[in-house]
Ligand binder design. Structure first.
Ligand SMILES: [Zn+2]
Ligand SMILES: [Zn+2]
Ligand SMILES: [Zn+2]
Length: 204
């Protein structure tokens, strides 16, 4: 073995990344995503404007970021897609249920004496998607039947847990993407109205 043995390529790459000028900011961004496996890369700008004077109070542009992009955690709930984000979701859900049952985090402890109901609310469907059913095919339909786009309306695959098609529309053109986006965008308002209507229903 020679005294001046070459470093493996990955070590050279690592050294280059760590010594690059934008490294501390890049590392902070990665840390802020909580170790997300598939962060979303955003590019663009945002400005905070005083509507009275028109003065720009704060301007942010991703052009100033080391890679020219801002990294955001993907927020996926499925461990097969992103272990870090799905764990965060699990932990959040745990605390949400725990505080609902015994109080804490701003919820009074008196809730522990309240009657309890576990209600599952399902959002409307915006079109059929590939899914995994124990021992059954994804979406059994008569062979040969196609949608307006000429694609089979059924799927006879027994999807494996890590199949990337899971959750994806059977036909992307049939799927109501605008409806799904509008539903997500208005989820806060929809939820607010639902909780108001629910309380009114319960007291009457
Ligand atoms: Zn993620
Ligand atoms: Zn399928
Ligand atoms: Zn279609």
């Amino acid at each position: 073995m020679s005294k001046h043995e070459r470093h493996p390529d990955w070590m050279t790459d690592l050294a280059r990344v760590i010594n690059a000028p934008g490294y501390p900011r890049w590392r902070a961004m990665v840390a802020a995503t909580g170790g997300c496996a598939h962060p979303i890369h955003l590019s663009g700008e945002s400005a905070l404007v005083d509507t009275g004077t028109g003065e720009i109070l704060h301007l942010y542009t991703t052009d100033d970021e080391p890679s020219g992009r801002l990294l955001i955690a993907c927020g996926n709930r499925r461990a097969s897609v992103c272990p870090a984000c799905s764990q965060l979701y699990q932990a959040d859900t745990f605390h949400l249920i725990r505080t609902g049952l015994s109080g804490g985090k701003g919820v009074p402890e008196t809730v522990s004496a309240h009657p309890r109901a576990f209600v599952t609310l399902t959002a409307p469907s915006f079109g059929p998607v590939h899914s995994r059913r124990d021992g059954r095919a994804c979406r059994p339909r008569k062979h040969g039947r196609v949608c307006d786009h000429g694609r089979a309306i059924g799927c006879h695959t027994h999807h494996e847990p890590h199949d990337e098609r899971l959750g994806q529309p059977i036909c992307a053109d049939c799927y109501d993407y605008p409806g799904a986006v509008l539903w997500q965008a208005h989820a806060c308002v929809l939820w607010h109205r639902f909780t108001l209507a629910m309380r009114q229903e319960l007291v009457s």
